[in-house]
Design a binder for this molecule. Sequence first.
Ligand code: SF4
Length: 191
Amino acid sequence: MVYSSEETQEKLERLARLIRGAGHAEGLIPAQWDVLRYLARANRFSNSPIATAHYLGTTKGTISQTIQALLRKDLVTSVSRGNDARSVVLTLTEKGEALLARDPLATIGKDLAALRGKTQKHLGRAVADLLQSETTRQGAPLFGSCEGCRMFLAGKEPVCASFGERLSEIDLTGLCQKFRAVKSKTGQIEK
Ligand code: SF4
């Protein structure tokens, strides 16, 4: 069956609502699950409250309340970032990681993995394109990982030109707030 763009939009909206609804689980609300998932994916340059707020498209005040609730539940820790008392690093606790292993959205991940082959590849590309368009329209940061970032200096010891730091294996795969998509010679963002 071929779906029209209107039908696909309607299905995307319904899926987003169902995903949101599934976030009322294990004593948490959807916004709290969103933060746990983000922190599990963020690299070390992006695990701050403000980066979390930017990724989730929410305000500093709202994210602060959500983080306070997660701190009270002992699901995350918050410590100063080096000598900068104004900036903190958020990290999942063991309890937070154990809870995330029971993420109610894991079933969607399994469904996506089960698609396989061209269907999975085309869906991935289509969703990435939609996200790119919407973040550009809203002026929101894209977020992404080092592969495909123009600040990434590959080599035996990869370096980030933006942060001026060497990148570890773990750094390379995390979501980054400073991600800048590589552009082709025609100025198009490469995918
Ligand atoms: S290379 Fe890009 S994605 Fe990687 S840490 Fe630097 S800014 Fe972030």
